[in-house]
Design a protein around this ligand. Structure first.
Ligand code: GLN
Length: 322
């Protein structure tokens, strides 16, 4: 399993996934569900799922891999892809590519940089990306575009948006509205804030299982079974750039620690999901609703750390076995 070009041993991987789910669940601290979205406050932190979609098109899954969960900020990867596809490098006039070192919902840096968010994965950046998509297709069009993209990646539309979660996020979204207002004040926000907010909370409220999310992540794998990028060098180039942002900014101010422990580009959401990519090899989704202090899934990160160590998957190279 260590050679990325070798066919992955699915039986060995299945055994490993089952063992990792068990080992991670035995960890004494399961973290705390997000308290920022009323409808997600009471999520069960004793649940953990993992699914691995391989380059060959196989899926290995364990634990609660079929339970749908709120993808939240993982949706920012899908909207970023759509915005980059539509706008190309023009998008970078409106949002940066630097890690923030601040929590995902911090507004402080936005004033300092005159409404120009540091990256597309913190909330102010994601809101500007959604605003840029709304410029093209309007609010409802934005939600539809994200849904259609995910459906295309999955090859099915057996998933939905949780309206209660969306409403809850919108009602409690004072800080998000403040960020949008700050960007608007500096001329970096074009559409009606309420329309963009609605589109944003709706894409965040998409529910997918680990099995579905791992499959949806295949557009970032660059190569392999059915990967969209494989047929289109432009899409592959975009995917590689999105991966670089996932590496540096995907877990907010926990991105450095995550790179150290897991060694893969990944994107987390406060619903407890994480999408991690092993370039040219696999797309991995984990979910456990208990979060660490940076808002990243505690058991999900631990499960990824155990997995990548055991199968020797890292963008930082392979460990010689002799
Ligand atoms: N919808 C959430 C918010 O805007 C997403 C945050 C997250 O997943 N980090 O607060």
């Amino acid at each position: 399993m260590t050679d990325n070009r070798k066919r992955i041993d699915l039986d060995a991987l299945q055994e490993l996934v089952d063992a990792i789910v068990e080992e991670a669940l035995a960890y004494p601290d399961h973290g705390k569900a997000t308290q920022k979205i009323e409808a997600l406050k009471d999520a069960d932190v004793d649940r953990l799922g993992m699914a691995i979609f391989t380059r060959d098109g196989d899926t290995v899954a364990g634990g609660d891999a079929d339970a749908p969960f709120s993808i939240q900020s993982i949706s920012k990867v899908f909207s970023l892809e759509l915005a980059l596809e539509a706008l190309g490098d023009k998008l970078w006039k409106r949002v940066g590519r630097e890690p923030s070192g601040d929590p995902y919902n911090s507004i402080m840096d936005l004033e300092r940089h005159e409404g120009y968010p540091r990256n597309p994965f913190i909330n102010p950046g994601a809101l500007v990306v959604v605003d840029a998509l709304c410029d093209q297709v309007g609010g409802e069009g934005e939600t539809r575009a994200v849904i259609d993209f995910v459906a295309r990646l999955l090859g099915e539309d057996d998933f939905g948006i949780n309206d209660t979660v969306a409403r809850s996020d919108e009602e409690g979204g004072h800080l998000n509205r403040a960020m949008a207002s700050m960007s608007k004040h500096f001329g970096n926000f074009h559409n009606d804030i309420d329309i963009v907010m609605k589109a944003y909370v709706r894409q965040c409220a998409i529910e997918l299982s680990c099995r579905q999310l791992a499959r949806a992540g295949r557009f970032l794998m660059l190569e392999g079974h059915d990967a969209a990028a494989q047929r289109d060098p432009q899409a592959a180039r975009r995917a590689r750039r999105i991966l670089s942002l996932m590496m540096t900014c995907g877990q907010y101010d926990g991105s450095g620690d995550f790179a150290y422990r897991v060694g893969l580009p990944a994107k987390s959401g406060v619903g407890g999901g994480i999408l991690a990519i092993v370039p040219n090899t696999a797309s991995i989704a984990v979910w456990s609703p208990g979060l660490d202090r940076n808002g990243n899934s505690l058991l999900g990160t631990l499960a990824l750390e155990l997995l990548t160590d055991k199968v020797d998957w890292s963008v930082f190279g392979e460990i010689p076995t002799r």
